[in-house]
Ligand binder design. Structure first.
Ligand SMILES: C=CC1=C(C)c2cc3[nH]c(cc4nc(cc5[nH]c(cc1n2)c(C)c5CCC(=O)O)C(CCC(=O)O)=C4C)c(C)c3C=C
Ligand SMILES: [Fe+2]
Ligand SMILES: [Fe+2]
Length: 347
């Protein structure tokens, strides 16, 4: 008998990344930073301080400097974070076929999450799976996407079934694709050491997310368990362990460190060790060639191409290092596209 169930329509998928300016001009960078840095999950100050401080002082000072860096990053296809995201959307849609509708949005600026969710709503999808493209859970990234999606959907008259993939450090294809890319680089050159550099967050953010005060920012994060399921620091260490294993490295052959801290006069500590400080000390220890991974990102962006690929290379060479190589991000590697499609099929 043919099914009369109304619930055999398409499954909606929303892929979300962080966001990038519309152009590398100062005005667009200012608009982007204003939206990003007034998000209470990114800068967790009371709104009455956050808005005047960031919109009135921090962003106007930072925007022209950031714009210069974005101009270095920009390509014929625009911002890498955006075009890799759109390419991934298309390829995952092809893999999943007509039973799914895959949309793509950015937490800040464009294409907006609102527009992407509207596409899914217009198509009357059965349910929605949201995949924030951040391997490790942080309130400032994944949490912010979740909050935004819920804020929008909660205003719809009909609120659909909706679920989130909150992190994917334990998905074998995530580490597996990075390992494939890393092995390609290792076949071309002998490296003295490997660096896994993650986006930093303030230590306070980790402590605020700690279940029952479990996290003391010490050896508690050295294992990844039920008690620290959503701990960013523990998930970063777990990623390094899995990647080290996949690359055949012993723990002494790699270092886990944290980059991109937002310097402020408050000097609040961010996750340590800081990548820029770690790599300056390498040459004196006899480490002259380094292979660097940025496993907090699944697409190349300002923080990988410019910060790790160029700025850290310069710091390392100034300190006496000889060879610094960034492993490209997952972007649209076929193994990664298959991994994303599988994650969604299995969810
Ligand atoms: C991996 C996930 C990310 C977390 C966690 C995160 C936290 C976080 N970021 C800032 C401040 C900035 N980040 C910037 C760029 C940026 N950040 C992420 C991802 C995470 N951020 C990405 C993918 C990018 C690159 C975007 C691109 O267009 O290529 C920037 C902007 C650049 C600059 O001016 O330096 C800022 C600022 C904070 C404060 C924070 C946690 C508290
Ligand atoms: Fe960031
Ligand atoms: Fe911990």
């Amino acid at each position: 008998m043919p099914s009369t169930s109304p619930t055999n329509g398409r499954i909606g998928v929303l892929l979300v990344n962080l966001g990038t300016p519309d152009s590398p001009q100062t005005g667009d960078v200012r608009r982007y930073l204003n939206e990003f840095l007034t998000d209470g999950r990114v800068v967790d100050m009371p709104a009455a301080i956050r808005y005047p401080l960031f919109q009135g002082l921090v962003v106007p000072l930072r925007a022209p400097k950031s714009a210069k860096i974005y101009q270095q990053l920009w390509t014929d296809r625009g911002s890498p974070l955006l075009f890799h995201g759109l390419d991934l959307q298309k390829l995952v849609q092809e893999k999943l076929g007509k039973d799914y509708l895959v949309a793509f949005g950015m937490r800040y600026q464009n294409p907006s999450i609102e527009k992407a969710l509207q596409e899914l709503r217009d198509a009357a999808v059965d349910r929605i799976i949201v995949l924030p493209l951040f391997p490790q859970y942080a309130s400032a990234s994944t949490g912010s996407v979740q909050e935004k999606v819920m804020e929008i959907v909660s205003k719809w008259w009909v609120v659909p079934s909706i679920s989130f993939i909150s992190s994917f450090v334990e998905v074998p294809g995530f580490v597996g694709t990075f390992a494939t890319l890393g092995k390609e680089e290792m076949a071309k050159h002998d490296y003295d050491h490997v660096v896994f550099s993650y986006h930093g967050i303030p230590e306070r953010h980790v402590l605020k997310g700690s279940h029952n005060g479990h996290c003391k920012l010490g050896s508690c994060c050295a294992s990844y368990t039920k008690s620290n399921r959503y701990c960013y620091r523990a998930q970063c260490f777990e990623t390094s362990r899995q990647l080290g294993k996949a690359l055949g490295l012993s723990p002494e052959q790699y270092t886990t460190c944290f980059q991109s801290r937002l310097q402020s006069r408050l000097r609040d500590p961010w996750l340590q060790p800081y990548t820029d400080e770690v790599i300056k000390e390498f040459p004196a220890k006899g480490i002259k060639s380094v292979l660097a991974f940025s496993p907090a990102f699944v697409a190349d962006c300002l923080e990988t191409t410019i910060e790790v690929g160029e700025e850290f290379k310069e710091l390392f060479e100034e300190a006496g290092g000889e060879h610094w190589q960034l492993v490209p991000s997952l972007n649209t590697h076929p193994q990664w596209v298959e991994t994303v499609a599988d994650m969604l099929r299995q969810h």
